[in-house]
Design a binder for this molecule. Structure first.
Ligand code: FAD
Length: 418
């Protein structure tokens, strides 16, 4: 075995980087190694479909920390190395080149791989994912030769990419299998708002569009064939249909899970001294009424990293952070807090036509989430209502003239915030 570290972090992404940062912040004095299959130091992924794709930020500005930071904090970076197996009895991970690295504690922070198209042509030249720097660099190299782009999937990443590509003057078609964009993550009002915004900027949005295959010319994508036989011509296809968590080596080692590795409130897996954090960690989330879910966001990656660091420095605290997320499209800044899935009612504050408004989601009488478009104030003030699961009458919430913090304060003084 080449080397053993007190903590080995597999995955040099958001969660892995934050785990190392949090450990050192909390004065963890042991040895730390981070093993990542990408060649780069940990970098922020959100700009990949925003400022980095738009060429507004160079790569150096999206690094989570500069190179010197990791050396100063004595975090050993083993980059360009893939962990292929975990031996939890021997407490070591095996790398693709056959070498092994021993651990005292293992933190699995491997995120997910973009879900690929399984249809014919799904892996042809000209078909792209947006998950890594390499994905985006490849896409950018081809872009000057491209006029028409088909984006498959109307989720946040697909829509953000569509917005940037419109800025570059490309003809963009978004194909969404469901009857609205953002169906997995937002209520219908928000979906319709974003559909209208994209259409107003020239994006063609096709709902209920089922992809049958990618049409090829000389081995490269030249169109997308739909189930009804229609072909949408293009020179580039961007696929944004979700991720599959990178958990195979850990499940093979005996960790519980399936769609992600199962972890408890302290991010412990079922294997001794093995933790999992970030996109790949399936946990019972307070804000999903305790349902076991994976949360794909920077917030979750950072907060679960902090949870592990607390456990490893002798101050365990259960993970119960409120989820938050953002998305930038054109001049629209969306900020969300809470989880709106399973809501049974929603209330709009403000007028969507003004392009600054919020949607407040309820489960029963409780506020469970907010989607705020160009409404930072609602986002900041509404957070406490989500955390408290406040029961504010919808008519009061709908009155945009009343600040949300006033509603929260009223409830608190009446002693009935939750
Ligand atoms: C284009 C894009 C835009 C996004 N926008 C937002 C946003 O606006 N707001 C937001 O909150 N979130 C956003 N996200 C989601 C956010 O980036 C993720 O939730 C976050 O990166 C998760 O961190 P992670 O560490 O779990 O996974 P990652 O950051 O993906 O890091 C995992 C790392 O582990 C590596 N790895 C995997 N398997 C192995 C292995 N076997 N051996 C070694 N290394 C391995 C991976 O290659 C990767 O480098 C966006 C994501 C993308 C892709």
């Amino acid at each position: 075995m080449s080397q053993t570290y007190d903590v080995v972090i597999v995955g040099a992404g958001h969660a892995g980087a934050q785990a190392a940062i949090a450990l050192r912040q909390r004065k963890f004095a042991g040895t730390i190694a981070m093993i990542g299959d990408e060649p780069d130091l940990p970098y922020e992924r959100p700009p990949l479909s925003k400022e980095y794709l738009a060429q507004e930020k160079p790569f150096e500005r999206i690094l989570i920390r500069p190179e010197a930071f990791w050396a100063e904090r004595e975090v050993t970076m083993l980059l360009g190395q893939t962990v292929t197996a975990v031996d939890s009895d021997m407490r070591r991970v095996v790398l693709a080149d056959g070498s092994a690295v021993g651990y005292g504690t293992l933190v699995w922070a491997t995120g997910g791989a973009p879900r690929r198209l399984t249809c014919a042509g799904g892996d042809a030249a000209g078909v792209h994912a947006v998950r890594t720097r390499a994905d985006v660099d490849r896409l950018m190299d081809e872009l000057p030769r491209v006029e028409r782009v088909v984006v498959i999937g109307g989720g946040y990443i697909g829509l953000e990419a569509a917005a940037v590509l419109r800025k570059f003057g490309k003809h963009v078609t978004v194909l969404e299998a469901q009857d609205r964009v953002l169906a997995r993550v937002a209520g219908e009002t928000l979906s319709r708002f974003y559909e209208a915004e994209h259409r107003a900027r020239g994006v063609e949005i096709r709902l209920g569009a089922m992809v049958s295959c990618i049409e090829l010319r000389d081995g490269a994508a030249c169109g997308v064939r739909l189930a009804d036989g229609e072909i949408v011509p293009c020179e580039m296809v961007i696929v944004g249909i979700g991720i599959v968590p990178n958990v195979a080596p850990l499940l093979a080692a005996g960790a519980g899970g399936g769609n992600g590795v199962l972890v408890d409130a302290h991010c412990c897996t079922s294997l001794a001294d093995v933790f999992a954090i970030g996109d790949c960690a399936a946990h019972a989330n307070t804000y999903a009424d305790g349902a076991t879910i994976r949360v794909e966001s920077v917030q979750n990656a950072n907060d679960q990293a902090a949870t592990v660091a607390k456990v490893l420095t002798g101050a365990p605290e259960a993970y119960a952070a409120v989820p938050w997320f953002w998305s930038n499209q054109y001049d629209l800044k969306l900020q969300t807090v809470g989880l709106s899935s399973g809501h049974d009612r929603s209330v709009v504050r403000g007028d969507p036509a003004s392009r600054a408004f919020s949607i407040v989601y309820y489960r029963g009488s409780r506020i469970v989430a907010l989607d705020c478009v160009n409404s930072v104030k609602d986002y900041v003030q509404g957070r406490a209502l989500v955390v408290a699961g406040a029961s504010v009458p919808p008519e009061e919430v709908a009155d945009a003239a009343t600040p949300l913090k006033e509603l929260g304060a009223r409830l608190a003084s009446a002693g009935m915030s939750a």
